[in-house]
Structures are given as C-alpha cells and as structure tokens.
Design a protein around this ligand. Structure first.
Ligand code: NAG
Ligand code: NAG
Length: 187
C-alpha cells in the first residue's frame, strides 16, 4: 500500500487528476517516439488482373449514364473491383495482394479513368499493409502514372506514384492484365 504522503502516491494522484481534467486537442510528437527512423524508398512490381468476363468477374459494372445519353467514350461508366495482384503475369501466378476500389470513366472525349483504389497486400512483411491510389488512368497511353496518396501499416505516411502498363488485353472478353511498378516513400 502507498503511504498517503509518499512521493509515489503524489505522482499517481497528480497523473490521475491531470488525465481526468485535461482533454488535449493537439500536441507535437517526436518522430523517434513514434518509431519513425529513416524514410525508405521502395519499389514494388506486380501484375493486376482485371477480370470482367466469366462466372467469377473481379470487376463489375455498378453504374452508367442514362441510356439515351450514352457517349461514345462511355462517360460515366463505373466499376467496383477486387482484382488479384500477382508476382507474374499468368493468372495462376502467386497472389501478393488485391486491388480493391472503384474506377470510373471520367472523360467525355477520350478514355480517362478516375481510379480510387486500395492495394491491400498479403505477402511477407507487407501482409495487412495497404497503399491508396487516387489518379487519372488515360488508358490509351502506354504508361499511365497515378499518385499514391497514403498508406497503412508498413506504408504509414506513404507518398509516391505508380506506373501502369497494359501487359495483355483480351479484345473478346475485355479482360486485362496490367503491369504495375510502384515507387513509394515510407518509414
Ligand atoms: C440527354 O441529353 C439531352 C440533350 O443532349 C438532354 O436534353 C437530356 O436532359 C439528357 N437526359 C438525361 C437523362 O440526362
Ligand atoms: C496474413 O495475416 C493474416 C492475419 O494477420 C493471416 O491470417 C494470414 O495467414 C497472413 N497471410 C500470409 C500470406 O502470411
């Protein structure tokens, strides 16, 4: 038991009082105390499988413009995706994560997709960590660049960009395999 006037008792009493009364809105933290040491630059490489055909599509159309006003470019078309990300381009290649989110045709005169995606990884130390992508995907360009706007887990404080390059597009089914190179700063 504490003695009522012992220094330890007073410290405990003081901390109870201050915690109870002080609702702090903001404060400055040290990077060290947060475990943030050196910022690293990582490169990730994988293939994104956008499967729109067959019994188990991973990209499904969820909205489109009214039929009477459909534009030649499909302006307004919106899809929700949960696309596998794999080490190699083959469909049975090892899965390292998934791309979950939305892409929408946001350009009236050409094909320019608004991409709002979370890359959720399951591979090794990246398991459970994610990167968030928000950008324009001008599908007709050979290489499309999109910003990384943040991340979670191992990718806290992430910033950077991704480059997407179509590896294979099946004109008959509409299925696509896209090569992704990711360049990301994180701690
Ligand atoms: C379609 O476009 C026409 C004119 O271009 C417009 O009058 C009409 O309101 C539009 N309909 C819809 C559903 O947006
Ligand atoms: C990833 O983490 C989850 C839960 O933390 C675990 O169940 C799963 O087995 C892990 N996957 C891999 C590939 O390590």
């Amino acid at each position: 038991m504490f003695k009522l006037c012992s220094p330890l008792f007073l410290i405990v009493l003081l901390s109870v009082l201050t915690n109870g009364n002080c609702h702090e809105f903001s404060r400055i933290l040290s990077k060290k105390a947060m475990g943030l040491k050196r910022e690293k630059l990582s490169h990730l490489h994988f293939y994104f499988h956008d499967i729109v055909s067959g019994k188990n599509p991973t990209a499904v159309r969820i909205a489109e413009a009214a039929v009477t006003n459909r534009s030649a470019t499909g302006f307004g078309l919106t899809a929700m995706i949960d696309d596998p990300l794999t080490v190699g381009p083959e469909s049975n290649s090892k899965i390292v994560g998934r791309a979950q989110g939305i892409y929408a045709q946001a350009s009236i005169n050409d094909v320019g997709l608004l991409m709002v995606l979370n890359f959720v990884f399951i591979e090794g130390k990246y398991n459970g960590s994610s990167l968030s992508i928000l950008g324009r995907n001008s599908v007709a360009s050979i290489v499309r660049e999109m910003p990384i706007v943040g991340g979670s887990g191992l990718f806290r404080f992430a910033r950077g960009y991704v480059q997407a390059k179509t590896h294979n597009f099946d004109l008959k089914t509409g299925d696509a395999v896209v090569e992704y190179n990711v360049y990301v700063f994180h701690y």
